[in-house]
Every structure is written in structure tokens, then in C-alpha cells.
Design a binder for this molecule. Structure first.
Ligand code: SF4
Length: 390
């Protein structure tokens, strides 16, 4: 652990001087221009989780000279929040859901954040804007799910957050409210009885916890997750793939296993967005796919998130692999987690030809000629199983 001054563990660090005094930056770091461009905030919990000034937790929150490098592909608004805004704080990219940025504030400011240009610039969404956003939702019955983001929605007081949630839940066609937050991990003390009461609503409330490294999951964070669990709040996790933080199968395996033990389902592994000055955190997609392929060899499906890319400009989020299936000579070629290839055929367009047995019989190579996995439950042997390719 870094040397901490008395009672320092109870204060967030919000400037270079504080980081330098805590030994997280060298004295006279000379990063004033970086600090002026992108806000600093390191919560007490994350400060305590840092074991060394350049470790995977510190790298997420402590500014560095690398942030001065702005690549030609870097964007001020990588996922097009502004382009898809339909009301103050309200962004819609998909037909059935909308994103409501209820505050710009967070308990930490992450050096790779795709909203790093705006986080911390203001507090809660003003009432006039919130009312306009709620009115837009009320007259948009196709929207069934609202994702609360920010900033971090759980940085609001429980009273304020509870009021926003209740107003959303009162819109008849809103079925699901989802909060995307780092708070249970970076400020676990905020998950108290009042916060749990704010989440207790007649409609479904899901919490998606952002966490990137197992070192963040200190006992207090695990206890906060447990409190949410015991309150019946379903929990997912999202993680950003970050060079120098978690860009290895070992690092992510440890994180995803810890999350599963904490009853949190790893949901998304995000490819790092093209935020301005955050290029040093970005891996290639090929590197991300190789890590995911290795994780599939090691982990159960329950522990595996989907590796996704937010298409720059706000065109949506898509899975980016790795790919296990491709067109092949018999329809498809499927690659298993060990890298062996298998032929797979779709059913002929005659669903009644093999009643109750899934794919219809089809002409093709003799299934006895190769040791495929064999017929599954309810499937007769004359329906050919998948076959390993030579
Ligand atoms: S919005 Fe999330 S990722 Fe961005 S600074 Fe806040 S806590 Fe970090």
C-alpha cells in the first residue's frame, strides 16, 4: 500500500497535489495540462485498493503524460451521445430502450472514460430537463427499458435517485430500469439501507456494476454486492478491456471468477472506446479476441461476458467475437474451444420430415464414418450429428 497521511483514507483525491502527496505521482509531476483537460477523482476505496503507484487500479484513475497523445481516430464523443439525444440527458439508439444521464458526477473519474469530456462538468440533471425527458418517455410507448447512467446514477443521494426511479416506474410502459454504476465497487459505503430502499420498486430494477480488475473487489465492495444481492437486485457486470490493466486471460479470469462467486454475472467486456487521449488503453480487436478465446477454454458460459464494440458515432453495440462459425462445405464449419473444426448442417426446409427430432434427415456423408457427439435427447440416430472436419 502507498503511504497515507492521517485520515487520508476518508477523503477523495481530486487534484495533482493530493495524488503527489499520497505518493501516487512524483512531486512536481508537471501534468497540469492533463488535469485541466480531464477531471481527477480517486475515491477512498479505490485509493485503498492501490498497492503500488503504477498498478492496474492506479492506472485507471491517476493521470499520465500518455493522455497528451490524441490520435487521429480519437473522438470527443466516441459513442455519439449528442447525436442521438432526444431530450435533455436522454439518448436513444435502439427502438425499445433509452439512456438517461441523471447526473454528470461520479465517485471516481476514469482515465479511459468515453464520457471523459463531460463527466464532472455538472451535477444532477436539472428538474426542467428531467421533466422534459420523462415527458418524452411517457409519449414513447415503444420504449420499455430505461438505462440510468451519467456520470454515475448512484452518486446521487438515495432520496434524489429514488425520486427519479419512482417517476420512471410510474410510466406504464416502462418495464425495466437498469442502473449502470461503479459505486458498489468504488464507493461501497453508499450502498446503505436508504440506497437499497430507493431501488425497491414495483418494476424490475437491474444494476450493472462496472469493474475492471479483481483488486477492486475488496471486502467492502463484496459486502456491498452482497447487500444488493440480499435485497433481491439482479446484478450484472461490465468491464472495459484496458491495456496495462486487464489485457490478459489471467487478469480477466480472476475478475470473472470473483464476480461469479459474488453472484454477479459478467455481462459485457467492452472494447475500449476511442476517447480523446485514452489511446494508450486500447488493445487491438485481435488481442481482445485471443483473450476471449482463451477465456472460453477456461471458464463456464456463466462466467463469460460478451466481447462488444460500440461502433463509433453511436451506431450501436455489436459482439466482435471471436467467431466460432463460418460458412463451410456442408453449410457451416464450427470451431470448438480447443481449435478443432467440425462440420455443421442446417435443417432442410421441411420441418416435419423428422418429427420431434430437430433437423430433418438429409443426404450426406455416412454419420457412422466419424465419431461426432452423437444424437442428443429426442434426436434419432438417422439425423446426422455434427462431424469433426479432417
Ligand atoms: S461514467 Fe463511469 S467510466 Fe466514466 S468516469 Fe464515471 S465512473 Fe468512470
Amino acid at each position: 500500500m502507498t503511504a497515507l497521511p492521517p485520515d487520508a483514507d476518508r477523503r477523495a483525491l481530486t487534484d495533482l497535489a493530493g495524488l503527489e502527496a499520497a505518493g501516487l505521482l512524483p512531486a512536481g509531476s508537471g501534468l497540469e495540462d492533463v488535469a485541466a483537460a480531464f477531471r481527477i477523482r480517486l475515491s477512498p476505496a479505490m485509493r485503498a485498493a492501490i498497492a503500488a503507484p503504477d498498478d492496474p487500479v492506479a492506472r485507471q484513475f491517476v493521470p499520465s503524460a500518455a493522455e497528451r497523445i490524441v490520435g487521429p481516430d480519437d473522438l470527443a464523443d466516441p459513442i455519439g451521445d449528442a447525436a442521438h439525444e432526444v431530450a435533455p440527458g436522454l439518448t436513444r439508439r435502439y427502438p425499445d430502450r433509452a439512456i438517461l444521464a441523471v447526473t454528470k458526477a461520479c465517485e471516481v473519474y476514469c482515465r479511459f472514460c468515453f464520457r471523459r469530456e463531460t463527466v464532472g462538468a455538472a451535477g444532477p440533471l436539472p428538474e426542467a430537463g428531467l421533466a422534459e425527458a420523462l415527458a418524452w418517455l411517457a409519449r414513447s410507448p415503444e420504449v420499455r427499458e430505461v438505462i440510468l447512467t451519467g456520470g454515475d446514477p448512484m452518486s446521487l443521494s438515495p432520496r434524489r435517485l429514488g425520486e427519479v426511479l419512482r417517476r420512471l416506474a410510474a410510466i406504464p410502459h416502462i418495464e425495466v430500469l437498469r442502473l449502470h454504476t461503479r459505486v458498489p465497487v468504488v464507493a461501497p459505503e453508499r450502498i446503505d439501507a436508504a440506497m437499497l430502499a430507493a431501488l425497491d420498486l414495483p418494476c424490475a430494477v437491474w444494476v450493472v456494476v462496472h469493474t475492471n480488475h479483481v483488486a477492486e473487489l475488496a471486502p467492502a465492495a463484496l459486502e456491498a454486492l452482497s447487500r444488493l444481492n440480499r435485497a433481491g437486485v439482479p446484478l450484472l457486470a461490465q468491464t472495459v478491456l484496458l491495456r496495462g490493466v486487464n489485457d490478459s486471460a489471467d487478469a480477466l479470469e480472476a475478475l470473472f471468477r470473483a464476480l461469479l462467486r459474488a453472484r454477479v454475472k459478467p455481462y459485457y467486456l467492452h472494447h475500449c472506446d476511442r476517447a480523446r487521449g485514452a489511446g494508450h488503453f486500447r488493445t487491438t480487436i485481435a488481442e481482445g479476441r485471443a483473450i476471449m478465446a482463451e477465456l472460453r477454454r477456461r471458464l463456464s458460459g456463466a462466467a463469460l461476458p460478451t466481447y462488444v464494440l460500440d461502433i463509433p458515432g453511436g451506431f450501436g453495440k455489436v459482439p466482435v467475437g471471436p467467431a466460432y462459425i463460418a460458412p463451410g462445405p456442408e453449410g457451416w464449419t464450427v470451431t470448438d474451444p480447443q481449435g478443432r473444426r467440425h462440420a455443421y448442417a442446417d435443417p432442410d426446409p421441411a420441418p416435419d420430415a423428422c418429427p420431434g427430432a430437430g433437423p430433418a434427415p438429409r443426404p450426406g456423408p455416412d454419420p457412422d464414418a466419424s465419431p461426432g457427439p452423437g444424437p442428443g435427447p429426442g434426436r434419432e440416430a438417422d439425423c446426422p450429428p455434427a462431424r469433426p472436419l479432417p
